[in-house]
Write a protein that binds this ligand. Structure first.
Ligand code: HEC
Length: 374
């Protein structure tokens, strides 16, 4: 019984273990999915930012750059000094300078930085005209990957404890770019560089953190409830089996007792059968004796009959029947005195009180008479 309890507990522990394992795997799986999902969401945001940047750039590039008033924040671009009409004057005398697309993008990114915009960008190249446009290590790797044909590079990076998605796509040389970049030896279709966009994961995780919390809590609750149910079930099962074991033992005891009783009955029956056999043998012997006695009585010439205490005939031999003329059926049960012994030798009726036979059995003495009339 103990071993059975032990087995039940062991089963319960094994099931609990697998249940906890299942919950843990589910939690891990969910967390991985959740993170992947965050990554995909942030990547989608970064792509949108990138495409917007590209669009504005394209607009400026298609126009061969744009003229803006010269200010201390926007001085003429020294890298465009070779471009004729880099700086022009309006008829009223206002000074304008040509802003190339990269210059515009750079200024927009600097503005985004000061305005604490969510998405940050950086225009860069492996072969920068402006030294400050050089790539950081991550961008360098991405640019090298673009040279090998990669179309997009993205990754989750940690900066000072905050996680960001970095995404970069290449800039291909178009005919509009050649006006300013042909001197560097670029041809249409070459990778000129790229824009990298950095988006904090927090902007997408904020919305979905509740899903993470509720799902985690639900899974944990399921885990605890499951283990509770398994253990409760196991204790119920072991209690039930203990009760069953007790019942079983009682039944076994009862069965043994019954077997003992049955054995005793069998012995008794054997004894009874023996007794019956003995009695039957005795009866057979008695019948044989009776037959012998009758034979003896029937073969004598003396008439013999028997009476009971009231004087009624119980048996009569053949000679008795011949002498009296009665049949056996007529005599059996009849008062013998009234039938055959009622008259004295003088012809007077013989009263029972004076009958010698009657006296013989009522007084218990033998008697012999020679002058009887039957
Ligand atoms: C009006 C001239 C002009 C045009 C048109 C132009 N660029 Fe540039 N670009 C420049 C100059 C000048 C720089 C370098 C300095 C800066 O302003 O940052 C530059 C910088 C860049 C950079 C940053 C890396 C570096 O070299 O410093 C990239 C990338 C770039 N250009 C790509 C392109 C592409 C692609 C096109 C066409 C779609 C294009 N540019 C069209 C003038 C131009």
């Amino acid at each position: 019984m103990l071993s059975r309890l032990f087995t039940t507990r062991r089963y319960a522990l094994a099931i609990s273990f697998f249940w906890v394992l299942f919950i843990a795997v589910s939690l891990a799986w969910f967390y991985v999915q959740y993170r992947n999902n965050l990554f995909e969401l942030a990547k989608a945001q970064a792509r949108i930012a990138f495409e917007k940047d590209l669009l504005y750039r394209k607009w400026a590039s298609q126009r061969g750059g744009v003229y803006v008033p010269v200010t201390p924040a926007t001085p003429p671009n020294p890298y465009l000094s070779h471009i004729p009409e880099r700086d022009i004057k309006t008829p009223s005398g206002k000074e304008l300078t040509l802003i190339n697309p990269a210059y515009m993008t750079r200024q927009v990114f600097e503005l985004a930085e000061t305005e604490k915009q969510i998405a940050k960008g950086h225009i860069t190249s492996l072969n920068p005209i402006r030294g400050a446009n050089a790539p950081d290590p991550w961008e360098r790797k991405a640019l090298e990957a673009f040279e090998k044909g990669e179309q997009e590079v993205s990754e989750v990076v940690s900066v000072e404890g905050h996680r960001f998605v970095r995404l970069m796509r290449p800039f291909k040389v178009e005919s509009s770019c050649l006006r300013c970049h042909a001197s560097q030896g670029y041809r249409k279709g070459d990778i000129r560089g790229g824009i990298s966009v950095t988006v904090p994961l927090a902007i997408v995780s904020a919305g979905s953190s509740r899903i993470l919390a509720t799902t985690t809590a639900t899974l944990l609750l399921m885990g605890i409830a499951g283990v509770g149910l398994i253990l409760a079930g196991a204790s119920r099962v072991s209690k039930d089996s203990a009760r069953l074991e007790e019942k079983n033992a009682e039944l076994l005891h009862e069965v043994t007792e019954r077997e003992i009783t049955q054995e005793q009955l069998r012995e008794q029956t054997v004894l009874l059968e023996e007794e019956v056999a003995e009695r039957e043998a005795a009866q057979e012997e008695a019948v044989a004796n009776q037959r012998k006695l009758r034979l003896i009585m029937d073969s004598t010439h003396a008439a013999i009959y028997g009476i009971d205490t009231t004087g009624r005939c119980t048996f009569a031999n053949k000679t008795c029947l011949e002498l009296t003329g009665y049949s056996l059926d007529e005599l059996i049960g009849r008062n013998m005195h009234d039938t055959i012994h009622h008259t004295l030798p003088d012809g007077m009726p013989a009263p029972v009180a004076k009958c010698k036979i009657f006296r013989a059995y009522s007084e218990g003495e033998g008697c012999t008479v020679r002058d009887e009339v039957f």
